[in-house]
Ligand binder design. Structure first.
Ligand SMILES: Cc1cc2nc3c(=O)[nH]c(=O)nc-3n(C[C@H](O)[C@H](O)[C@H](O)COP(=O)(O)OP(=O)(O)OC[C@H]3O[C@@H](n4cnc5c(N)ncnc54)[C@H](O)[C@@H]3O)c2cc1C
Length: 416
């Protein structure tokens, strides 16, 4: 069924009851050309582009829980492409271009909202660093603009512009084309569109082993629902990537940390852009439901506890109240954590591994939601052709041997 205004109107006459199951609940088959481990946004997007761009539909996405139950459904949904280095700028902007028409492409409303992302400067060093980003971005054709203190106050009237603040706001970078999207809808939209093209989406199916043949190449995956044969395997399991890769004796340069977020009670529209501050160490936006969505930092030590440490949450709330003192009267509804996969240079790993037929897409850490469409698109390319997509080539695993790192550690508003 195609969603459209006409469908909505037609369905109004039968109580909007005519909507079929959005994707098939597939049973595992004996063998697939490609098995993707991990039913988050990146895994599902990979499956969709394999089918759409390369005509490969004998594909299964194997998910241990429910699709989107990992970081895809736990993140604060900030989308932007204002990264410093040319390689990252190309990758994240590739994704941003795909976000623009994603709802139309998937025929599913992912609620992409390019409302503008403001990155605040509070010190002379912030000004220098942020302007460096602005100039680098503009050389790469990415929209990012420097705003004076006065322009910041006009663009985001709720901000605390007092000169008596601990860190007074002295300017900001604004990427107008950045914004937010609805995270669940991204997983659901890709699942629905991939399933419609013949991909099997297998939920409640945990991969417990990776089987290899005498030549060392992969032959399939052991799962909680039996063995599934595979010509190629793509591992897209975020915070669990090092554990899954260890099943094939591949050691990844990845550490997993809990990263937290929280939301307030809903309120009327008070904030119509995304505000980030590296210096006070927090960021905030307002969801369409009216909740303030607040991003906290990652824990200081590695772990798999999805709750995260309490003092990290407290620090995030303090930071946001420093930027918007009026929010101090709001109650927080809930907080949660996700396990993020951090590489030493805080850039992702996309490509082949030393094991024939085994491919990795991970290391997105605290910032991979924004990349979802681009990541799936370039990962599908290497799975289908065996050759890296030009945009993904710099993100190969061997950069940790060659030393050609892409250090984006300063790219986020919260330390990671
Ligand atoms: C609190 C928080 C805030 C964030 N905010 C932002 C943000 O504002 N902007 C941004 O761009 N990014 C953000 N991120 C990062 C972003 O969420 C991730 O980089 C991105 O969602 C990763 O997507 P994914 O599909 O790779 O991983 P996931 O969505 O985690 O999917 C991986 C899937 O693999 C499955 N899996 C794991 N092991 C197995 C197994 N053995 N067998 C089968 N399945 C398995 C998991 O169940 C999971 O569903 C945030 C993350 C968190 C936690």
């Amino acid at each position: 069924m195609r969603f459209s205004a006409l469908t909505l109107l037609r369905s109004a006459f039968n109580g909007q009851t005519a909507y079929p199951q959005q994707w098939r609940k597939a049973e595992p088959r004996q063998c697939y050309d490609i098995v993707i481990i991990g039913g988050g946004g990146h895994g599902l997007a990979t499956a969709y582009y394999l089918a759409k761009e390369h005509g490969i539909t004998n594909v299964a996405v194997v998910e241990k829980g429910w699709i989107g139950g990992g970081n895809t459904g736990r993140n604060t949904t900030i989308i932007r492409s204002n990264y410093l280095f040319d390689e990252s700028a190309a990758l994240y902007d590739h994704a941003l271009q795909l976000w623009r028409n994603l709802s139309q492409d998937l025929n599913y409303n992912v609620m992409f909202s390019p409302r503008g992302v403001l990155m605040l400067a509070h010190t002379v060093h912030d000004i220098q660093s942020i302007k460096r980003h602005v100039h680098a971005n503009r050389l790469n054709g990415i929209d990012n603009h420097w705003l004076s203190r006065q322009q910041v106050a006009e663009f985001c009237p709720g901000l605390n512009m007092s000169r008596d603040a601990r860190y007074p706001i002295v300017g900001a970078a604004l990427q107008r084309s950045g914004g937010t999207a609805r995270h669940d809808a991204v997983a659901w939209g890709y699942a629905r569109a991939a399933s419609a093209r013949g991909v099997d989406i297998i939920e409640n199916c945990m991969v417990t082993g990776i089987r290899r043949g005498a030549d060392g190449a992969v032959t399939g995956v052991e799962t909680s629902r039996g063995f599934i044969g595979a010509g190629k395997i793509g591992v897209v399991t975020a915070g669990r990537s090092s554990q899954v890769m260890a099943m094939a004796d591949v050691r990844l340069p990845i550490e997993s940390y809990p990263l937290q977020a929280l939301v307030s009670e809903p309120t009327k529209p008070v904030l119509d852009c995304v505000v980030m501050s590296n210096t006070v160490h927090g960021y905030v936006s307002q969801s369409d439901k009216g909740e303030l969505v607040i991003g906290a930092g990652s824990d200081a030590y590695a772990g798999y506890g999805q709750a995260g440490s309490a003092h990290v949450t407290a620090q995030a709330v303090e930071a946001v109240c420093e930027l918007f003192p009026q929010f101090a009267r709001m109650r927080m509804l809930r907080n949660w954590g996700g396990i993020v996969d951090l590489t030493p240079d805080r850039s992702p790993i996309i490509g082949a591994t030393p094991v024939p037929g085994l491919y990795a897409n991970c290391g997105w850490g605290t910032g991979g939601f924004k990349a979802t469409p681009g990541s799936g698109h370039v990962f599908a390319h290497i799975l289908a052709t065996g050759k890296p997509h030009p945009i993904a080539a710099p993100f190969s695993l061997d950069r940790f041997v060659s030393g050609r790192l892409i250090n984006e550690a300063a790219a986020a508003a919260v330390a990671h």
